[in-house]
Design a protein around this ligand. Structure first.
Ligand SMILES: C[S@@+](CC[C@H](N)C(=O)[O-])C[C@H]1O[C@@H](n2cnc3c(N)ncnc32)[C@H](O)[C@@H]1O
Length: 354
């Protein structure tokens, strides 16, 4: 008789490994000068030995990062314009460096709290990397104000919080206790708050994602403003999408969160169906064409040779950014009504392309 196959690590380990893919993609886009990020190298082991990703991946990473940066920039700016500070909660944050980029940038004073959640295996690795790197830990502020928490799997500082959590569990057992427990709540229910879900909800059942969003809506329903950004793949029912699904299946990764979204028109429903006041979605192809300046497109076109233009478009058509606003009070909500990616008019786009 054959022995049983070796017990592979736990079932979530392939999903956790997607963080390595995301971090390597960002590092590559930085190495190739698509993006600037002084911090990512501290979060990728042996960063200097990693080889760059293909141009298609670099361009996708650039378009996604540029669009999300713009939405986050606008959120911070709108808060600052209203004389308020805001909160950002990044769910499935992985090795993301956004906190460090904001906390060392021109908008740092608009940030009241930045909270990152991920599986404990990921947060403990990140906590360790932060403590090991002077560049990362210096941004957290006075060392006396930085504490290792949750048995070494989390960090707590004046502004930055790194917290272990499985987002599929009932929010009453996780988010309520971790973010909102009375007396020590780290999330204020009254400050404008932006949720970031960069390539995470797609790995969860839609019911679990809705439960997370609803928990935040409830928390902000009496006096807050809530924004949310989701970036992920969709349209997986067509032939290109089916190949993506098969490739991921070979890595033991499934994408239950993409099932309700066969086309771009279906994406805002993620927010609107549960009571958000506004939502919109654009594919990365549309964003590249209509939201990025001609000068930037010109600049990135000179970084690398791209042979597979049609394949690039196909890839970019299967990823989208959806943003939603929950503004329970109409007067406060009006100030946030302009929040969103703005699309250049078609005539301008055509002119740019000539
Ligand atoms: C593709 S990575 C993206 C990381 C980061 N948001 C970025 O864009 O660079 C997906 C991340 O979601 C996390 N994740 C997936 N499912 C999760 C869950 N149920 N609870 C907490 N984190 C989860 C993974 O551990 C991983 O860090």
């Amino acid at each position: 008789m054959f022995p049983p196959p070796p017990q592979s690590q736990d079932a979530d380990s392939p999903v956790r490994l997607t963080d390595t893919d995301a971090a390597l993609a960002r590092l590559s886009a930085v190495q190739k000068r698509y993006l600037e990020d002084l911090y990512i190298k501290h979060l990728v082991p042996r960063a200097h030995l990693q080889s760059p990703r293909p141009p298609l991946i670099n361009i996708g990473t650039y378009v996604r990062a540029t669009a999300i940066d713009e939405l986050v920039f606008q959120w911070l700016q709108t808060s600052a314009d209203r004389g308020m500070r805001c909160q950002i909660v990044s769910l499935g944050a992985g090795s993301d460096t956004r906190f460090w980029r904001i906390a060392t940038g021109a908008q740092k004073h608009a940030l009241a709290a930045y909270i990152e959640l991920d599986f404990p295996e990921i947060t403990s690795k990140k906590a360790m990397a932060i403590r090991k790197s002077k560049d990362l830990s210096a941004v957290l502020g006075n060392p006396a104000d930085v504490m290792v928490v949750h048995g070494g799997t989390g960090l707590k500082s004046l502004t930055y919080h790194l917290i272990p959590a499985d987002l599929r569990l009932p929010p009453a057992d996780t988010l309520s206790k971790l973010l909102a427990s009375e007396g020590g709540a780290i999330l204020s229910p009254t400050l404008p708050t932006l949720l970031l879900f960069e390539c995470v909800l797609v790995y969860m059942a839609p019911s679990a994602s809705s439960a997370v969003l609803k928990w935040f809506m409830d928390y902000f329903s009496s006096s807050g403003i809530l924004g949310s950004i989701v970036y992920e793949m969709f349209r997986l029912q067509d032939s290109f999408g089916r190949v993506m699904v098969e490739n991921l299946k070979a890595r033991h990764i499934s994408l239950p969160g993409a099932v309700p979204y066969p086309d771009v028109a279906s994406l805002p429903g993620r927010f609107l169906n549960i009571g958000f006041t506004a939502a919109r979605a654009l594919t990365l192809k549309e964003i590249k064409k209509s939201c990025i300046s001609h000068a930037e497109l010109e600049r990135i076109s000179q970084l690398e040779l791209v042979d597979e233009v049609e394949e690039l478009d196909l890839v970019l058509e299967h990823y989208a950014i959806t943003w939603g606003l929950f503004a329970p009070q109409s007067s406060a909500g009006a100030a946030w009504g302009k929040w969103g990616l703005s699309v250049k008019d078609t005539a301008q786009v055509d002119e740019d392309e000539d």
